[in-house]
Every structure is written in structure tokens, then in C-alpha cells.
Design a protein around this ligand. Sequence first.
Ligand code: GLC
Length: 811
Amino acid sequence: MPNKLCRVWSGRCIALLLAMSAAPLVRADAVDRYVLSRGGVTLEVSAPASGIVRVRMGRGRLPEDASWAVPASVRRAGQPLQLRRSGARVELVSGSLTARVDTATLRVEVLDGNGQALFSDLSGRAALAGTRGFELRARLRGDDHVFGLGDKTGGLDRKGGSFVMWNSDAYKFTQATDPLYKSVPFFMAVSDAGKAWGLFLDNPWRTRMDFGRAERDTLSLGGEGGALDYYVVGGPTPKDVLRQYAQLTGAPPLMPLWSLGFQQSKWSYRTDAEVRAIAARLRSEQLPADVIYMDIDYQDRARPFTVNGAAFPDLPKLARDLREQGLRLVLITDPHIANAPGQGYAPYDTGMARDVFLRRPDGALYAGDVWPGSAVFPDFSREPVRRWWGDLYTGLTNAGVAGFWNDMNEPAIFNVPSKTMPLDVVHRIDSDDFAPRRASHAELHNVYGQLNSRATFEGLLRLQPDQRPFVLTRASYAGGQRYAATWTGDNVSSWQHLKMGVQQLLNLGLSGFAYAGNDVGGYAGETPSPELLTRWFQIGAFMPLFRSHAETHRADQEPWVGPAAHVAIRRHFIAERYRLLPYLYATAEENSRTGIPLLRPVFLNFPEVLAKGDRLGATEDQFMVGGDLLVAPSPTPESPGDYTVELPGPGWFDYWTGQRLDGAKVSITPRLESLPVFVRPGAIVTRQPLVQSTAFVPTGRLELHVYPGADCRGELYADDGVSLGYRRGEFLRQTVRCEQTAEGVRIRFEPREGSGTPWWSGLTLLVHGWSGGVPKAWAGMDSLPASLDADRGAVQVLLPDMRGGAVEIRR
Ligand code: GLC
């Protein structure tokens, strides 16, 4: 069997037939991709970007080069590979990565710049030995930790686990439930030395990933169908891996600022009066909030894109009146369209007219039971169907609805053991660079939710071209972060879920889904105790999406429920979230450029903690918000005893008191009213005056909290919060740095980027950790009034709006 070396010059493929095994070769050649056939299997290695290697394998010929996760422009970009051949080995070098191919077995090994193997495939062409799908084994290093895989339960570290990707409606899931709602076959392996690499298996069929559970130190990837198509990204740091994954599948767009506010939901607020009462109570209780959700009961007989006119006689007026109170409406719109022929139900009638619904192999319409009873399902794998779907939002956006919630899109089907539609239901793919073809639901199942949210997102952008869409989806696939935020589905009101929810959101963030939340208070099960609800509000206040939601027929669980002392604590934490919005928003904006999530495990910012060993260097129960804030809840919230927090190093600050801590260990005696939060030495954290909604512009000054230390920096970011103007330069971004001088501290304001104007009238600078001495401050030639806040050990200086320049504070 001859080997084929395929060179692609300016898009044209010249296949060279070479007897590769014969000639020992040392010369390096530049090729755009490398293709080799052996034993009935064809392998292709390419590099869509420097530091990223893509491997595809097919029986006979290569599989179709198309993807729901990686846009064609990225797949086709192609960095040249330097090809070297020696004996039975071919080496392909892309940036610091080398892919080494064994030409006899087609095993691929990916090595880093030091020649260390990151990924060592043990199967080669044997991965395709079966008649369909694949089974690939690879070496997994003993000291590697594994993170990612999106929405999974279990611990933060996936090592030793085995996981299935199959989008599933998982009501009241437990610690042991797998799979859940989303499929993100991407993971990052990180060694104790903090060295990281990642692998994305781009296959939407039912797949399985095993990290040393079936076989020690062995990674195995299995798929029931479709292509063996994977990307190895080389890091070397954990953040680099996330940047590379974002290069492939995209970073979330900057979401509207209001989506970072507090969101109140329930299944369901059933009438106009009830929604208004919730709004009024939020405001009278001084509980800052931005969003009220309306669940399925606002609809006529649970039919998507209808409104029950008796319960909601004037939706536009409701939306308008709420907007005046700084509250936006987000409405649920499930993908199942009621199977209602001849009833004047427009989504059904227009859908039938355009033949958008999925059919069985014999051509009959597929119908399954969901909330409206019998329902039919759009084939979102067709671009024209996605357009039709997007247009269904016209009425609701005209009514002033701000965002949409795509639920049940695994898709969930009632009254069948599989909980979803039959796998032989036929999709007719017509999208992107896929060849138009028929495909089974087995192939499209895991992308159904992603494509549903894409149709919504793209529709909203068409309807309101200068508004940032807000879509919340339950199911998704890799790359779905480009279209929607997500939540972890039907959790339970328990201490275990409170804890587990944090690791779910951390791993979602490490899998591209930076905007994610859990139902605060828990969705199902027993009503939460006041303590549990309060703790959940405290932690929720630091999560990327902060949404309180609960099942129907349960006692109320809004933040005002329960003893006044509890309500006061919840109010305090919601308010703190609003004060921190400038910091959160700057982190969100960074995410939109880099893919680095808002919520981060400590090792993402400080990979060196892993070297400390056990339980991720004692950081397993902690989480970070952005680069600077470390939150350390009790590891046993159900029976809180004293515990010790190990910080990444000495010199950290207590966020609440501003005091610098001695040493790197803090012992905590839990008190209900407090949640320990610490600040990195070197942080500059922005805060704003309290507002009850992001719709209200804060008045006064922006606070800059400076915590002196190494690598001292912070970011100011502001824009209008809702439009796409920031993409046209209508934003303000500014880096602020600090350095310790012999006599004090110098704060340097770098020049501003963007044409945006700030809301603030000036800045309040607070330098924490100030020991001794009455401060004096100067900005250029001017002296400034500086005062000492002895209790907080801070200096306070009132500054004008600093567009650049420096301020010096001396003792
Ligand atoms: C699903 C959702 C839940 C919602 C309910 C009714 O169970 O996960 O959040 O309240 O459907 O729409």
C-alpha cells in the first residue's frame, strides 16, 4: 500500500505518492497538512494555529471536514507544518509543538518544545478497528489532573472518572449522575508542576472519555459514530490552554451588563399582577435586581411563542413598566412546538408550511410529549429553519422582552424511557460548510441545544442588530458559548448541591462556558432552610450568573423569605455584587477577548499551588473571581466547624476589612453573616456606588482599591452595557498599575483606549495595607487631599478622572 503525502499549496491539494518507509529523510519541508493511508485507514495531521495540532482519521478516506464547534475559517486557516522524516517516523512541527507519526501504526504523539510527550496515542489505526465509531487509548501521566468536560458532577478534578457525552434531562441529578444536559468533549490536563495541555474531541455523537478509571494511567476516548477528529493544544500554562481552546471554538461574546445583575425567577410567576408584585417587593426591600423571568405558565397552554392573554393582558405595558423600575423580562421559549394542526397556532402552521419539523425515516412527522402535550421539533441543523425560528421572536422583542430562555433542548421528551427522541429521526443538514445530507438524530442529538440557542441568538441579532442578545440555554455542545449563557439545570436544595454547584460552574468555565449559574436556593426537593438559602445567596453573589429559581408547587424562595436577619445578609451580598460590577464587567470583557473565565479555580491564576499536592494544593474548596478575589467557603457547609484557608502565598488581604493578613494560612470560625473573601497582593479592584439595577447609572466616584504587591495592576472597563457600540470603539479601557516606592506608593494610569466616556465624576483611591504616617499625595505638580482610614489601614485620596498620568502617595 503506498503512502500518500499530501501538500496543499494555496488551497490546492497535490497528493504525492511516496514510498515513505524506504528512504531515510532528514530534510524539513513546509506542508499545510500531512495525509497518510495505511491498512485501510487514512490519517491527516494539520495545525489550524501555532501550538494547536489537529488529527483526523477515517476508514478508507478522511471524514467530511465540517464542524458545529470549530468555524470553517478557523479549521481552514492552516499554519504550515515543518515536515521531517526519519525511518518509520514523520515529525510535523508547528510552533512549539511536534506531532510525531509512526507511519506503520499511524500512532500520533504530540510533544512540547522540550521533546516531552503531552499526548501519546497508543492505538493508531487500530482506533478504527470496529465497523463504526472509534476507540482510542492514550497515555495519561500519573501526576496529571484533569479538568473541563463542561457540565459534570463529581469532583473538580476529573482524574479517575469516566464520563459520557449525551445531553440528558437530569431532573434532581445527584453527585453520581452522568451524563447531564451538555456535551463538551474538551479537557485540560495539568501536571503538579503546573504544565498544561488540552484535547478537544470534535464529535457530537455519543462519546465517552475515561481518565484512568478503566485502565490506570490511560486515557480512553470512545465514540459510537462519526469522525475521529481531535485537537491537541499545547498550553504550556492552563490559561494558554483556554486561550487556544477559545481560538478553536470561540469565546463568549460580551453579554449585556444586566446579565451580571441579580436575576429572579420561578416556575412560574403566573399573572401580570404577580410579576408586578415581585418587582415591587424587590424594590421595596432594596434588593438590587435586573431581571425577572417568566416560565412556561405565561403561555397559552404551554405553547411556545404564545402569551396567555387572560393572565397577561398587556405584555408590552408590563415590560415597559418594569423597565422603568430597572427590571428586564426574560421569557422561556422551549423548542417543542405544540402539535396543533388547524388551530391557528402560527409556529405550527408556518413551520409546517416550510417543512421545518423533524420526520421519521418513513417521512411521517415525529411527535413527542412535552409541556404542551404532543409536540413537533424544528430541525435546527438547517440554516433556513434557524432563520424561521429566529423570526418567531419578532412579537416578543417588539413587546419589549429583553432576553430568552431556551430550555428542554436536549431535547427532552416525556413518557419515553430514553427521555429523548428516537435516534433514527432524520435531520437534513444544510448549514455552514457541511455537505447537505440526511443525518440521524444519533449524530445531531448533542448539538440540538447548541443549534437551538444559535438560532435564537442569530435571530435576535437580526431583529435588533445593535443589541447584545441574551440567551440562556440548558443543553449545548462545545462552541455553544458563542450563542448563550447556561445554567446547571434542575438541581436540588441541599448542602451537597450548594457545594457541587461551585465545581460544576468552575468546570463549565474551563470548558468555554464562562456565563453559567446554578438555581440559587436549589430548584427541586425540600424547601431550603433559611441557612441554606442564605449561604446560597452569598455564594451565588460571586457566580458568573446569579439567578434564583425554583420549581412549581414549592414554598416561596425569593431573597425576602424567612427571618429578617437572613434577609439582611442576603441583601448585603446582593448589594456587594452590585458594588463589584465594574470589576466583574472588566473580567467579562477580558473573557470575550481571551476565553479566560470569570470564575476560576485557584490553580488557573496560580498554577504553582498544584505543587503543594493533595486536593489541588488545598485549594479544592476555594474559587476565584477574576484574577484577584479568592472566595473560601466552608468545606463542610452542612456542619460548619472551624477550618483553615491556605492562600497561594503571603501578603494577601481580607476583602471585607481591607487588612493585610499575616502569613498564608487563615483560620476561620464560620459565621452565617460572613463569607471569607481574600484579595491578591498586587490587585487593583474597582467598585462603584450601590445602584438597584444596572439600568441606573451610578452617581459619584469609581472606587479603586489598591492592594500593594508584586505585579500590581487593575483594569478599568466601561461601555454602554447593552449595545454593540463597544465593537466600534465606544468603550473605555485603562490599565492602572502600582509600585511601592521608598516613601510610599505610586499609582500609574496608563493612557485610555476607546472613545467611551465614563459615568463617574472622579475616582476615590483607597490604598490598603498602609502602615503608619500621615499620607501626602501628589498628581503631577498638584498636591491632593489625602486622609488616613486607620481602622481599615488605608489611605484615601480623591482624584479627578485620571485619563493618564500618575499619583504618588508618601508618608
Ligand atoms: C425544566 C427547567 C426548569 C423549568 C421547568 C419548567 O425543568 O429545567 O428550570 O422551570 O422546566 O419550564
